[in-house]
Ligand binder design. Structure first.
Ligand code: CP
Length: 291
C-alpha cells in the first residue's frame, strides 16, 4: 500500500490513523516494533517539519531513517528520477518517503518501488500527512471534526496542503471555506472568496504562505499591504467564532500572511500541529509497514 493522496485511504483507515496517532501523542516514548527496518527519505524540495518528523517517527518506531542528501547525490550528475528510484529500490528499503516539485512524481516513483511509498508533498498536488495531522489537531481540540467550519486562507492555487485538507476535512464532515488573493485562487478549486467572509464565524482559520518559488510573477504587494488585505490580524481573528483556533502548516512568514501576535497567540495551535506531525507519521508508517 502507498499513501499518495487522501484518496488512497478508506474511511476506516482515516479513523484508525486518527485514533492511533492520538494514542501516540499521549503515550510518548518509543517502540522496537520495526527494529531492523529502514525508511528512506528522498526530498527534492526543502523541508524542516515533514523531513524531521518522518525521521523522528521512524526512529520512535525502532526503524532506521536514512535521508539522501540530494545536493550531494548523483541526482546532481544528471541521474533521472526513474533511475534514482530504481537505484534506491535495489537497496531494499522498507518504505520510501518522498517530496518533489512535480505533481504526480511521487506516484510515478511508487510504480518503480517494491516498498510502500509515502507522499511528503508533490508539487501543488497533495500533502496527505499534513492534512492528517491537521485533522488530528482539530479533533483533539474540539473533540470532533464534523460540523466545524474551517477557513483556509492564502495561496490556495499552489497549496498541496489546501488540496489535501479540503478533501479530508470534507470527508470528515467539516465545511471548508477557501479565500485568498484572486491570482492565488485556482480554477479547479471553486468556492474561493474574500478572507473576511471566510473567517467570519469560523471555528478554525488555517493560514498559508505565498509560495513565491511557484509564482510566475510577483504579486506586487508589500508584506504590510498583503497582511492588511489578506493576512490574519488581531482584528480579523476577532470576526471568527469566539473560540476559534489558528493553524498554519509552516513555514510561516510573520508579518505577511500572519501577524506576529497571532502566530504566538494563545489560540494558535501551530506548535501543536508540529508535535502531532511526529505522532501522525508514526501512525502512517505503522499502517504501511504492517501491511
Ligand atoms: N508543512 C510542511 O510541509 O513544512 P515543511 O516544508 O517544513 O516540511
Amino acid at each position: 500500500m502507498d499513501l499518495l493522496s487522501i484518496d488512497s485511504l478508506t474511511d476506516e483507515q482515516i479513523d484508525g490513523l486518527l485514533e492511533t496517532a492520538d494514542l501516540f501523542t499521549r503515550r510518548g516514548g518509543g517502540s522496537t516494533r520495526y527494529a531492523g527496518r529502514i525508511v528512506f527519505n528522498l526530498f527534492y524540495e526543502n523541508s524542516t517539519r515533514t523531513l524531521m518528523s518522518f525521521a523522528a517517527a521512524a526512529a520512535r518506531l525502532g526503524a532506521v531513517p536514512l535521508t539522501l542528501p540530494v545536493e550531494q547525490s548523483s541526482i546532481k550528475k544528471g541521474e533521472t528520477l526513474a533511475d534514482t528510484a530504481r537505484t534506491l529500490n535495489a537497496m531494499g528499503p522498507d518504505a520510501l518517503v518522498m517530496r518533489h516539485g512535480e505533481d504526480g512524481s511521487v506516484a510515478e516513483v511508487a510504480q518503480l518501488m517494491d516498498c510502500p511509498v509515502l507522499n511528503a508533498g508533490d508539487g501543488t498536488n497533495e500533502h496527505p500527512t499534513q492534512a492528517l495531522l491537521d485533522a488530528l489537531t482539530l479533533r483533539q481540540h474540539f473533540g470532533r471534526i464534523e460540523g466545524l467550519t474551517v477557513a483556509i486562507c492564502g495561496d490556495i492555487r499552489h497549496s498541496r496542503v489546501a488540496r489535501s485538507n479540503r478533501k479530508l476535512l470534507e470527508r470528515l464532515g467539516a465545511t471548508v471555506r477557501l479565500a485568498g488573493p484572486p491570482p492565488l485562487l485556482p480554477d479547479d478549486l471553486p468556492g474561493g472568496g474574500a478572507i473576511d467572509e471566510a473567517v467570519r464565524g469560523a471555528d478554525a482559520v488555517m493560514m498559508l504562505r505565498i509560495q513565491r518559488e511557484r509564482l510566475a510573477e510577483e504579486l506586487g504587494d508589500s508584506p504590510g499591504e498583503y497582511l492588511a488585505s489578506y493576512g490574519l490580524t488581531v482584528e480579523r481573528l476577532a470576526q471568527a467564532a469566539p473560540h476559534a483556533v489558528v493553524l498554519h502548516p509552516g513555514p510561516m512568514n510573520r508579518g505577511v500572511e500572519i501577524a506576529d501576535e497571532i502566530a504566538d497567540h494563545p489560540r494558535s495551535l501551530i506548535l501543536r500541529q508540529v508535535a502531532n506531525g511526529v505522532a501522525m507519521r508514526m501512525a502512517v508508517l505503522d499502517l504501511l509497514l504492517s501491511a
